[in-house]
Structures are given as C-alpha cells and as structure tokens.
Design a binder for this molecule. Structure first.
Ligand SMILES: C[S@@+](CC[C@H](N)C(=O)[O-])C[C@H]1O[C@@H](n2cnc3c(N)ncnc32)[C@H](O)[C@@H]1O
Length: 208
C-alpha cells in the first residue's frame, strides 16, 4: 500500500494499482468472497426498499448508484452488476420492461486510487454509464438528493486518520509505534473507537 496525506486531517492509503502480482486487482479474493456472501442482503434490501413506481413517475428513469471505496476492481463491477440485475428483475416482475431504467454508476475512492486501471477494466458489456468521483467519503461528494443507492463494501471501517493520541509520546494512548493493539491497552482502544465515532458521524452527515 502506498501512503499519502491529502491534507492535515485526512490520510489516504489507496490500494496498490495496476494489474501486477502485488496489485489489489490480483489480491482481493478475500474481499470478493465477502461481497459474494453479502450479495443476498443487498438483493433483499433493493427488493424491499427501492420504490420503482415512484422512480418511474419521476421526470427521469435514471437510477444513480454510488460505490464508496471502490478501489481498482474487479469486485466493484461484481457488486454493481448484482444491483442492476436485481433492479431489472424487480422491474420485470412488476410488469415494467426489462430495460425501463438507465443506470449511472459513480465510482468513488481517494484521489490517489488507480482510476485509470479501474476504467480500463470496465466490463465491455456493462449496462451503465460510469463516472469517477475522487475524494474522501467522510465528506460531501454529491449534490443534495442526487443518488438513489449507496454501497460501500469492505471500506467503511477505514479511519480518516491515525488518532493523534496514538502517536503522541506524552499521551496514555501512545501506541509505541506499533500498528496493532491488544485488548489490555484500553486507552489505545478508546482512541481508535473515538476516531471511528467521529468518522462515522461525518460519513452519515455527508449522506443525510
Ligand atoms: C479493501 S478496499 C475495498 C475495495 C472494494 N470495495 C472491494 O470490496 O473490493 C478499501 C477501499 O476503500 C478506500 N477508502 C478508504 N477510506 C476511504 C475514504 N475516506 N474515501 C474514499 N475511499 C476510501 C481505499 O482507498 C480502498 O480502495
């Protein structure tokens, strides 16, 4: 992984780009397995909660999907396709045509993500319009009420920064340069938990 600081309060650690031996594209089978296991949850959520009737009566029949923390693929393509297949299935079962909707997919990740590899590997038979959205999902990325569905797989647990107490030698939460922590280090655990709470709150505020 390559480390970069975008500004003082955000740190970004994009995955290895390209398609080489050590790239994320070649080393993300575990994450793919997780996407596979959770596929049915996404399916059920769409079937239950996405109101196609209302969408069809809107002025446009475009469904906008954002994948937050998409990396360089190929998992993001699999996740997006599951979504589109489910909407088309639901559309058909409700008596609308199979192609009643058009899809626009916003692929989001940090600025340092290898978007070139991502877009070069887009499936040839994709049924959507692809857009890159660089930037941190801990802040605003889209105009108000413009996205119908957000997905984030294996990314939301990433913190926006190392909590400052962790690297402060004078703090009881100082982690002595280690990149791991053990249960007995209550102060370290507390510092990471507090950072997660701050990040998750700003994530939700940015989407609300
Ligand atoms: C383990 S990868 C998961 C990629 C993909 N979703 C998957 O399931 O294979 C986590 C991704 O989240 C991205 N990420 C982490 N924090 C982020 C943030 N604040 N804003 C945007 N992307 C972020 C990382 O750059 C990385 O590409």
């Amino acid at each position: 992984m390559e480390s970069k600081r975008s500004n003082q309060s955000h740190e970004e650690f994009p995955m290895n780009g390209g398609k080489g031996k050590y790239s994320y594209a070649q080393n993300s089978n575990h994450q793919r397995l997780v996407a596979d296991i959770t596929k049915h949850i996404i399916r059920e959520a769409i079937l239950e909660m996405l109101d196609l009737e209302t969408l069809l009566h809107d002025s446009s029949n475009v469904i906008r999907i954002a994948d937050l923390g998409c990396s360089v693929g190929p998992n993001t393509f699999f996740i997006v396709q599951n979504f589109i297949d489910t909407v088309n299935l639901k559309s058909q079962s409700q008596g609308h045509g199979f192609d009643s909707f058009e899809f626009q997919v916003f692929f989001n990740d940090h600025v340092g993500n290898d978007f070139n590899t991502l877009f070069k590997s887009l499936p040839e038979d994709k049924q959507y319009y692809a857009v890159a959205v660089p930037g941190s999902f801990h802040g605003r990325l889209f105009p108000e009420s413009s996205i119908h569905v957000f997905n984030s797989t294996y990314a939301l647990h990433w913190l926006s920064r190392v909590p400052k107490e962790i690297v402060d030698e004078d703090s009881p939460a100082y982690n002595k340069g280690k990149i791991f922590y053990i249960d007995e280090d209550k102060e370290v655990t507390k510092a990471y938990f507090a950072q997660f709470e701050r990040d998750f709150e700003s994530f939700l505020n940015s989407r609300a």
